[in-house]
Ligand binder design. Structure first.
Ligand code: HAM
Length: 414
């Protein structure tokens, strides 16, 4: 029997990892520029953490979580996103104690049992950031600017930013009632999915992808016309800041996002270079979550972005990250030289040189071919004559020049 990776999961093969590493490095450097520090939380948590944070009625919690009972019978879930875990850790480790505003980032795998398609996997990777402890719109704007800066740093220019305010615990219930009343008038003509959502989560109906739902709800009231003063002022300031930072955006009053913890700002970054799964990143403010999880009231804002979708764009653009290559390939011309070559290779490596040699007992001709195939910068052939003279000819494989070097002093020559 042969094994295959589980549906919706993917190997990231050696030919692709240079690109992944390049992206991860760029992402980290932008996070550091904004003074965010890395946090690493476990990939599994107690199921109720996610149910409580993301919301029982969401698709993620309702249909997509990898949930199982472990051997002691506890219900465990592979994390479908990072925010809930980070907030759990924030509370548990009292990260607030040293500073009023905690800025952290993460990069890692997430798990959702969705229907796999291009850009949608069951194990996918996200990078994301959370700023915890600040209620100010300046923090929302920083989070959005940070996400955009990462795409800019990677040379991705085809993105669009949509923002909305989903209100707070004071104005949202009022608006939901208003919307529900409107929706009830067309309820029998809505899609079955939207009919289900109408009572419990009416704002998701406005976000429906169904054409008919869209037509039916076209003129319905939107949350951002029904914000209370505080939410409206907050939203106004976020827009003002984004404009002053030179970040173009559109306001989409139908944007609600698929997670229930948001208050005030919600945003999404999409790319026209992707297919139907065009969301590169999403995020927003979630002022009630820490409290909901048992911590002190702590206003927070964050975002997360999909790595695979970003990779799809970079691949399409033909972006190639530099691959690690040997600096020097040491080839043995005869059997007696092999031991010397092996020892020298080890010595060079210990001196910090990326040195490679043949481990398969190949002929000199195929060793030379191999050096070429691996893209080594230099090759040096060592046989009895070279060992006797203590000197050899160092060939530069890119400009085909050669220079005679002392074997003792090789590390200075490459
Ligand atoms: P999300 O919108 O569920 O937000 O996910 C963020 C991004 O992860 C998406 O825009 C997409 O690029 C990527 N993504 C999601 N599901 C998949 C999948 N099945 N396959 C490939 N990529 C996927 C969150 O996860 C929130 N935690 C964001 C956040 C952080 N809000 C506040 N702080």
């Amino acid at each position: 029997m042969t094994y295959r990776a589980i549906k919706g999961t993917k190997d990231i093969l050696p030919a692709e990892t240079a690109r992944w590493q390049h992206v991860e490095q760029t992402v980290r450097s932008v996070f550091h520029r904004y003074n965010y520090r890395e946090i690493r939380t476990p990939v599994f948590e107690q199921t109720s953490l996610f149910a409580r944070s993301i919301g029982e009625l969401t698709d993620i919690v309702g249909k997509e979580m990898y949930t199982f009972a472990d051997r002691s019978g506890d219900s465990i879930t592979l994390r479908p996103e990072g925010t809930a875990s980070v907030m759990r850790s924030y509370i548990q480790n009292n990260l607030a104690q040293d500073q009023p505003l905690t800025k952290v980032y993460y990069i890692g795998p997430m798990f959702r049992q969705e229907r796999p398609q291009a850009g949608r996997l069951r194990q996918f990777h996200q990078f994301g950031a959370e700023a915890t402890g600040s209620p100010t719109p300046e923090t929302d704007a920083e989070i959005i600017a940070l996400a955009i800066d990462i795409y800019r740093a990677l040379g991705i220019t085809q993105w669009s930013l949509q923002i909305n305010s989903v209100g707070d615990e004071e104005c949202r219930p009022r608006y939901k009632e208003l919307l529900r009343a409107e929706l009830r008038k067309v309820a029998d003509r809505l899609s079955p999915e939207s009919q289900k959502r109408l009572e419990q989560n009416p704002m998701r109906v406005l976000d429906s992808k169904d054409e008919n739902d869209r037509a039916l709800t076209a003129g319905m009231p939107l949350i951002n016309d029904h914000l209370n003063e505080a939410c409206a002022a907050h939203f106004g300031r976020v827009k003002e800041l984004l404009t002053s930072y030179g970040i173009p955006f559109t306001v989409n009053g139908r944007l609600v996002r698929g997670l229930d913890y948001y208050t005030k700002t919600a945003f999404e970054i999409t790319s026209s270079e992707l297919g139907s799964q065009d969301a590169l990143a999403g995020g927003g403010r979630y002022d009630l979550l820490v409290q909901e999880l048992g911590g002190k009231p702590t206003p927070s804002v964050g975002f997360a972005a999909g790595m695979e979708r970003l990779m799809m764009i970079l691949e399409k653009k033909g972006f190639a990250a530099p691959e690690p290559r040997p600096r020097l390939f040491l080839a043995a011309a005869d059997a007696p030289a092999r031991d010397w070559v092996l020892a020298k290779t080890m010595e060079l490596r210990s001196r910090g040189v990326a040195a490679e040699t043949d481990l398969l007992g190949r002929s000199l001709k195929s060793q030379m071919k191999e050096a070429d195939r691996q893209g080594a910068a230099f090759v040096l052939v060592v046989g009895a004559a070279e060992l006797a003279a203590g000197r050899g000819v160092l060939k530069n494989l890119s400009d085909h020049s050669s220079v005679e070097v002392a074997l003792d002093d090789l590390h200075h020559s490459v």
